[in-house]
Write a protein of this length. Structure first.
Length: 218
């Protein structure tokens, strides 16, 4: 079977989840970048939701990052999921919660003015303690072994780190476990290499072009 191909938009955090999983497992893969503002017809033909990521593997096409990551995980042992059924289910639930964090973070980044930006900051501040309560003192989410939860949350922390440089707020000051988790994830090679070298500049330009409040501060 041909090696997997990810269809990506360079700034998409959900694609980045799958890139991290592929890199961390040492899987050889191709990545094809598209412009989501003007997607090619071949992409619309294979993506039911018109969103990335899409994974092509042989004749099969998969969509949704959590589904793609579970497929990649099962394809390339050892698994990045707990073996215990309850723990596995809990991990899946927190991955979904992480998707909500990513969407809140995106709305924060594209907020048009300071009032909207501050409202989203408050919303994010209410969500983070939920993760803080379940995060252990270990390096990663479950323990010292990297998991699919870690792959799912790394894009969130990477963007939060960039936001801190644009406007220091101290998002993680009240969540020390999450702060340590963020540092461990951002230091991991698979996370660092999961985006283009010029990612921060690309993100900053995107926020400026979309006339966001935080983009105007960069």
């Amino acid at each position: 079977m041909k090696k997997p191909e990810l269809i990506s938009f360079a700034l998409c955090p959900f694609v980045q989840r799958s890139v991290i999983t592929l890199l961390d497992k040492g899987v050889d893969f191709d990545i094809t970048y598209i412009d989501l503002a003007s997607p090619p017809q071949w992409f619309l033909d294979i993506s039911p939701l018109g969103k990335v990521p899409v994974l092509r593997h042989g004749d099969a096409v998969l969509f949704e990052s959590a589904v793609i990551n579970e497929y990649l995980d099962e394809l390339t042992p050892p698994t990045y999921h707990p073996k215990n059924p309850l723990q596995k289910a809990l991990n899946r639930a927190w991955i979904e919660f992480g998707s909500n964090l990513l969407m809140t973070e995106y709305m924060l980044m594209v907020a048009a003015d300071e009032q909207a930006f501050s409202a989203k900051c408050e919303e994010l501040a209410k969500l983070l303690p939920h993760f803080e309560r379940v995060k252990s003192d270990a390096a990663f989410f479950n323990d010292d072994q990297f998991s699919l939860v870690d792959a799912a949350l790394a894009p969130f922390f990477m963007r939060l780190d960039i936001l801190e440089r644009m406007k220091p707020i101290g998002y993680l000051d009240k969540t020390p476990r999450l702060k340590s988790w963020s540092e461990a994830l951002l230091a991991r090679e698979s996370v660092r290499k999961s985006v283009k070298p010029e990612f921060e500049q690309l993100l900053t330009t995107y926020l400026k072009d979309h006339n966001s409040y935080i983009g105007g501060l960069a």
